[in-house]
Design a protein around this ligand. Structure first.
Ligand SMILES: Cc1cc2nc3c(=O)[nH]c(=O)nc-3n(C[C@H](O)[C@H](O)[C@H](O)COP(=O)(O)OP(=O)(O)OC[C@H]3O[C@@H](n4cnc5c(N)ncnc54)[C@H](O)[C@@H]3O)c2cc1C
Length: 597
């Protein structure tokens, strides 16, 4: 009769009754620290968090070294996984359902790979700072291994675990393998401060360490003499309390096997790899996206960035010429490193206030504008299609991220970058603390980038890549019959055209939330004033009182100046009046006239 060993001191807030480690009564005594288990060989616990892979996993190598038993564990942390019915789309408070699904698939794959080497993955759930110490005790662990993690949540968590290991005399190994370089070492090399430009960052770099290769072919089994462990199933989304995915959802299957397959496929096209240049590439390509789409695999560590990098250099060495950083694929991986380093070395990196590298800008806290943007209801089809792709796929092309982030902040809506960051953070499958915050600061011209007057037009930017509007038509089916002349500005279509397309603007698809020309002018004025305020503060930063005072002054002045103010500034939820259509170009007129005939 198996005994359920509750490894959780916290009761799960979601329905995973099966996620418990089961053992027999007689064995349970050993698990509670009684008897021979303490006198047996070395017991190691390999704690998987990111780094969900067997290749290039130095923590796993260390766990296996001289070990009689290795216990591979993943903790299902309710902080990330508990369903939040009040969230604007399915998922937990912190993660959309796509990312949770990707994680579960990755765990499934990891479990299969471990099984093929005589081991298996144990899932427990609860707060890791409570669960892991319990397991260390119950399994008489002498060595704990996990991959080093630089995110603040992980740093706090791991600090607590390290203290417990020290108190109990447990060996702890936490090697760096989620990044090419150790951010702390890069910062030291740079005189104790993170380099704030890509060029300065690249100057600090030597060669990254090589990947350590595959895990041992036989991983010391967890527990044969010690306990019977029931096969512990990986939960499904339903087990976690989520409904099934019935909408179009992420095309990226989770896991190391799939990640390596994609890496192989991508690297096999050597010409494409050698010629890769960003920002070239079509952000509206969705059947065959223009970039590698490896970000979800790098985020969860299903693919090692060190392996990716090493194999990339091999391809370069086989080609006569290739592109170079910052635009090359190597350059993209170095951008990742750059943001990891700055994120690690900057206090309050994920907020404006108290963040020494972030300009203090009087953004608006406007929930109506924010929700129109988040829900793909701005009335600008290119922006809305990208936001719908984000919700459905948990991914969008880099330049689509640029466009929507610019639109929300300095381009049109002037909403806090932190609010947009939160939406990305929750919905992206590849959501990554260091990269996401860094790029939001960049796009909002809060840090790294200062040319705030250079904006992405929500109307013309994507048109050159996709004049037919196929991307829009795919993600916003209600616009599928809108003629191409109007697909980027459907509010300018005559009513007869809207009727013929079965899409009345203001009824079937929203009117634009702002008049872009006016909103953008106001944003630029606000940015100019904010830049001047920050400049006047010299090496310091303006105080929040100064920023608030500027906000009041600008709001009074700029809103008076314009009768077509940003509609949702009133936050009354009413759609704005439809902006007057611009005079049509000759070509548009001809098309319309032709259609009338
Ligand atoms: C506002 C905004 C938010 C972003 N948030 C994230 C995020 O949360 N997670 C994330 O992984 N990327 C983020 N990015 C960066 C970039 O858009 C994605 O990494 C990229 O689009 C992922 O697709 P890919 O794997 O096909 O990229 P590729 O172009 O194939 O690049 C390969 C890898 O290089 C890295 N990389 C590429 N571009 C960047 C960049 N600008 N900064 C840092 N690393 C980069 C990624 O790890 C990526 O997987 C964000 C960009 C913007 C503008």
């Amino acid at each position: 009769m198996p005994l359920v060993l509750k490894c959780t001191t916290i009761l799960p807030p979601f329905a995973v009754s099966r996620i418990r480690i089961r053992t027999s009564v007689s064995r349970a005594r050993h698990l509670c620290g009684v008897g021979e288990s303490r006198t047996m060989g070395q017991h190691s616990l390999m704690w998987f968090r990111k780094g969900l892979r067997l290749h290039d996993n130095p923590a796993l190598h260390k766990a296996c070294e001289d070990a009689s038993h290795v216990f591979p564990v993943f903790v299902l942390d309710p902080f990330f996984l508990a369903p939040d019915p009040t969230a604007p789309s399915p998922g937990s408070r912190t993660a959309g359902v796509n990312r949770i699904h990707f994680l579960l698939q990755s765990l499934q794959d990891l479990d299969s790979s471990l099984k093929s080497r005589g081991s298996q993955l144990f899932l427990v759930h609860g707060n890791p700072t409570e669960v892991i110490p319990e397991l260390l005790e119950k399994w008489s662990i002498k060595r704990l291994c996990f991959e080093h993690d630089t995110e603040p949540y992980a740093q706090d968590r791991d600090k607590r675990i390290k203290e417990i290991c020290e108190e109990r005399g447990i060996e702890l190994h936490s090697p760096v393998s989620h990044t090419l370089f150790n951010p702390a070492e890069t910062i030291l090399k740079n005189g104790g401060k993170p380099p704030l430009t890509y060029q300065a960052f690249c100057r600090t770099l030597g060669k990254p360490p090589k990947p350590v290769g595959d895990a041992p072919a036989a991983i010391p089994e967890p527990s044969k003499d010690l306990m019977d462990v029931d096969v512990v199933p990986i939960p499904s989304l339903q087990d976690l309390g989520y409904a099934d995915l019935n909408e179009e959802f992420t095309p990226f299957g989770g896991g190391e096997t799939e990640g390596l397959r994609r890496l192989d496929k991508m690297l096999a096209d050597k010409k494409w790899v050698a010629e890769f240049e960003k920002p070239k590439g079509n952000p509206t390509a969705f059947i065959k996206p223009a970039t590698t789409c490896l970000s979800p695999y790098l985020k969860f560590g299903c693919v090692s960035v060190r392996l990716f990098y090493a194999r990339l250099l091999t391809v370069y060495s086989e080609m006569k010429k290739h592109s170079h950083p910052p635009v090359s694929l190597e350059g993209q991986l170095l951008w990742r490193e750059f943001f990891y380093t700055v994120g690690y070395g900057t206090i309050n990196y994920d907020r404006m206030v108290g963040n020494p590298i972030c300009r203090q800008i009087p953004w608006k806290d406007d929930e109506v504008l924010l929700s129109r943007w988040r829900d793909g209801q701005t009335g600008f089809p290119w922006i809305d299609a990208a936001m719908i792709q984000l919700r459905k796929w948990g991914w969008m092309h880099h330049l689509a991220r640029h466009a929507v982030a610019c639109f929300l902040t300095r381009g049109d809506l002037f909403v806090y970058w932190e609010k947009g960051r939160d939406v990305f953070d929750r919905l992206l499958v590849d959501s990554d603390w260091a990269i996401n915050n860094g790029n939001w600061m960049w796009l909002s011209a809060s840090a790294f980038f200062a040319q705030y007057h250079r904006i992405y037009s929500p109307i013309t930017f994507a048109k050159k890549h996709d004049p037919e509007g196929n991307y829009i038509k795919h993600f916003i089916p209600v616009l599928k019959d809108m003629p191409k002349a109007y697909i980027y500005e459907p509010w300018t279509a005559p009513l007869s055209v809207q009727k013929a397309a079965n899409c009345i603007i203001g009824k079937d698809y929203p009117k634009p939330v702002v008049d872009h020309a006016i909103a953008n002018k106001k944003c630029r004025d606000r940015m100019g004033a904010a830049f001047a305020l920050n400049k006047a503060a010299g090496s310091g930063q303006p105080t929040q009182e100064q920023v608030n005072a500027l906000n009041e002054k600008l709001t009074a002045k700029l809103d008076e100046d314009s009768d077509a103010s940003i509609a949702a500034e009133s936050s009354d939820g009413e759609p704005p009046p439809s902006p007057k259509p611009k005079p049509k170009s000759k070509r548009q007129r001809t098309l319309t006239e032709y259609k009338k005939k």
